[in-house]
Write a protein that binds this ligand. Structure first.
Ligand SMILES: Nc1ncnc2c1ncn2[C@@H]1O[C@H](COP(=O)(O)OP(=O)(O)O)[C@@H](O)[C@H]1O
Ligand SMILES: [Mg+2]
Length: 149
């Protein structure tokens, strides 16, 4: 089943991310997809704030992953836009950790993603409106969507 949420402001997106954070569990993987400027990084900001991470969150475009270990749980924020197949970067290593992985542009590495995960597709409707479509893969993520949406 797919779930849908209409965000009418940056604050809506931040709050939604905070609500998802409240259902976190070790090894959680969240995959964000959608055009540039659709709100993926805003979502990560909200999630990081809820974890108590005080760093300023920006897209880790040139580093692929940024690790934040000063919150309630480790957060691995990845942007795989520039990750190509030839590159020796073990995304899989991060999925096997106890922290939380959030990936921007996850669709680009679909065959490397874990089977159990939450996909969120961001769609730009107008200046301040975004539609988020949630696709849970696996029981834990189904339950999370039921709880939050
Ligand atoms: N409802 C909304 N949710 C999230 N961002 C929004 C929303 N409405 C407008 N925005 C704006 O859209 C932009 C989203 O940027 P960002 O999160 O960096 O996108 P992405 O990481 O998907 O490229 C920001 O400038 C933000 O202010
Ligand atoms: Mg981004």
């Amino acid at each position: 089943m797919n779930y849908k949420y209409t965000s009418k402001s940056v604050d809506d997106t931040l709050e939604l991310a905070q609500n998802i954070e409240s259902e976190k569990f070790p090894g959680m993987v969240i995959c964000l997809n959608g055009d540039l400027g659709s709100g993926k990084t805003v979502f990560v900001k909200g999630f990081a704030q809820a974890l108590g991470i005080e760093d300023n969150i920006t897209s880790p475009t040139f580093t692929i992953v940024k690790e934040y270990v000063n919150g309630e749980a480790p957060l691995y924020h990845m942007d795989v836009y520039r990750l190509d197949d030839n590159q020796e970067f073990g995304v899989e290593d991060y999925f096997n950790k106890d922290g939380i992985c959030i990936l921007e542009w996850a669709d680009l590495i679909e065959d490397r993603l874990p089977k159990e995960r939450l996909d969120i597709a961001f769609k730009i409707i107008d200046e301040n409106t975004r539609v988020l479509v949630f696709k849970p893969h696996g029981m834990q993520y189904e339950e999370l969507c039921d709880a939050v949406l």
